[in-house]
Design a protein around this ligand. Sequence first.
Ligand code: TXA
Ligand code: MG
Length: 331
Amino acid sequence: MDAPTVDSTRIAQAAEVLKRGGLVAVPTETVYGLAADASNEAAVRAIFAAKGRPADHPVIVHVADASAIDDWAREVPDSARALAAAFWPGPLTLVLKRSPRALDVVTGGQDTVGLRCPAHPWARALLQAFGGALAAPSANRFGQLSPTTAGHVRAALGEKPAGALDLILDGGACPVGIESTIVDLSGAQPALLRPGSITRFALEQVLGTPVAESGGDAPRAPGRLERHYAPRTPLEVVPVDRLGSRLAALFHLRVAVLAPADVLASLRAQPAVQMSAPEDAVAYARDLYANLHQLDQATADRIVVSAPPTGPEWTAIHDRLQRAQAASRPR
Ligand code: TXA
Ligand code: MG
């Protein structure tokens, strides 16, 4: 599937909407973003309202190029410039000490700001046409699955007048498929806040120093439960060697299974719904949310995911599956 070529008329419309303080869904290489003018407090507040997201949760500021780092951050370490040079435009978010330009509504009142320069042609065109920075979380309702197609955004949020968004740009399916790697460079040591397609090892190779594993991108406010990346259907991840016995134990339920084709073929009883999972990590990540959206729509009682292989290129995938499992645990 080729991505639709950038439609400059739609981009110009979207830039006008943003200048008026409106909300635009825009494809990025990771997932669709729900974008607003990062310098317009009311517009950023509208993002939170549309998502149903708690107000103290920071949003990422998307910029056109690395020269914007100094507009949004202060005391920028060399490590930030090295990572931007290596991975921007691309699926990497840098958390840095904020400049006065970064509004409280964007940073969640923290002293840091998350910055990312996206690589997707539609996102780049929109940033160019708009001429400023865009605050954009993923374009889903808070706690639900991230969107990797315009259809996912339409189903979750919709367009006005019935929906929450002023405009949804359709740039096809997102090629990376899982959210950006987030690295915190605001402290003494670089720390990985969220794994993504750019691995910790790749960051360490550029930095020449270890990157600490942090507790994921759980909110920093302690004691708050975050339900993130979850389908509505309870989901469990099962080791491949126990898949058959687990499915046998769930025989009384309507189960939707995501597993590699050879694993599905080896099952003694065929599940009610099955989807074959790609064998390589890049394709698995690209299809992950679309697969979970589809399994979630299968009106199953349970989604069972065959645990993918381990290894650095699978870390971010395991992270998203674990979150989905934790947030959707049968109650
Ligand atoms: O790939 C992505 O990063 C996508 C696309 C749209 O760019 N965006 C995305 O945004 O995933 P969101 O809001 O769904 O997740 C951003 C994460 C949140 O968990 C938030 O806590 C964290 O980034 N974050 C943002 N600013 C931060 C900051 N200053 N300090 C710590 N974490 C921050
Ligand atoms: Mg999100």
